[in-house]
Ligand binder design. Structure first.
Ligand code: NAP
Length: 304
């Protein structure tokens, strides 16, 4: 397994971890699959109070050593007291004394970020969480969040990033790098859309690259994501086969020529409007998050 530094903490985390959104409704016994992932080096698992999977993660980590556990507090719990209570509930669900990475799931402009961050910093002081992270924060929101912290730093921003959804490349990725925040790429397989017939052209490129290395298209897609500096990822897999495949992606180091080939193909794809590239699941994020983010960035630039 490849490892990357978490922010500027000096601590290393696996470049490929395990996502758990929608595992609650998966038609499979997912705890053994998660455990399989741990055994293959994916000792990093991501959940959220919103997913309803913290108890499953708790079951999977039980008896394991050295698992890096990340969870998230929901935006409607960003008031000071609510953050504290939500953390208490998550610790209970997970069955652990301390959360490694506690993330603000989504920005909430209705609650002052200073109030939320006060609670987050106290949770670190109290030993209930080790690191503070954010998710789905734009550049402007990252600036506000960093300014709201007094004694601790934001170590990561969890954002959607895959071969099909590359919006963060505009500004956010560079900003995270500059400010030593690890990007945790979510939906790295574009929620499974990569394998749909409409994306067959891209799939063929991935298959060709994978064939020479005896790796699958999914593995090449994940390798592309983690080929970016300071980016780790958390694919979700409900079955053991997918989990094994995803762990194996960490063995691939794509060459510059291979990355150019993929990027060359993507050049055409990125011309298409976001909504055309995505199905109803990704539309939720794309129709809400991406335009909001772009609009905010535009306003911010105008103000300067
Ligand atoms: N912070 C946020 O706002 C946010 C938003 C969305 C997601 N996330 C996090 O990111 C994680 C991953 O994102 P995601 O679940 O949206 O999508 P994803 O990981 O891009 O894709 C999951 C889909 O790909 C399939 N898959 C997994 N491994 C595969 C393989 N090796 N070959 C072929 N298909 C494979 C899965 O099938 P099976 O399930 O059948 O294995 C599932 O249908 C989530 O679970 C969650 O932890 C965070």
């Amino acid at each position: 397994m490849q490892y990357k530094e978490l922010g500027s903490t000096g601590e290393k985390i696996p470049a490929i971890g395990i996502g758990t959104w929608k595992l609650r409704t998966a038609n499979a016994d997912v705890v053994p699959a998660i455990k399989e992932g741990f055994g293959l080096g994916m000792k990093f698992v991501d959940t959220a109070e919103m997913y309803g999977t913290e108890d499953m993660v708790g079951e999977a980590v039980h008896g394991e050593k050295g698992i890096f556990i990340a969870t998230k507090v929901s935006p409607d719990h960003f008031h000071y007291k609510d953050v504290k209570n939500a953390c208490g509930r998550s610790l209970k669900e997970l069955g652990v004394k301390r959360i490694d990475l506690y993330q603000l799931h989504w920005p909430n402009s209705r609650i002052p970020i200073a109030e939320t961050m006060k609670a987050m910093e106290e949770l670190v002081e109290e030993g209930k969480i080790r690191h503070i992270g954010i998710s789905n924060f734009s550049v402007e929101e990252m600036e506000d969040a960093m300014a709201a912290l007094k004694t601790h730093e934001i170590v990561s921003n969890q954002l959607e990033y895959s071969l099909l959804v590359r919006d963060i490349e505009d500004e956010v990725l560079g900003y995270c790098r500059k400010n030593k925040m690890t990007v945790i790429a979510y939906s790295p397989l574009a929620r499974g859309l990569l394998f749909e017939p409409r994306n067959n052209g891209l799939l063929q490129v991935l298959l060709e690259i994978g064939k020479k290395r005896r790796k699958s298209a999914a593995q090449v897609a994940l390798a592309w994501v983690i080929s970016k500096a300071d980016v780790v990822t958390i694919p979700k897999a409900a079955n053991v086969e997918h989990m094994r495949e995803n762990a194996g992606a960490s063995e691939i180091k794509l060459t510059a020529a291979e990355i150019d080939r993929i990027n060359g193909f993507l050049g055409d794809l990125s011309e298409r409007p976001v909504t055309e590239r995505l199905n109803k699941f990704t539309k939720y994020t794309a129709s809400f998050w991406s335009p909001v983010m772009r609009f905010r960035e535009k306003v911010r630039r105008k103000r300067r």
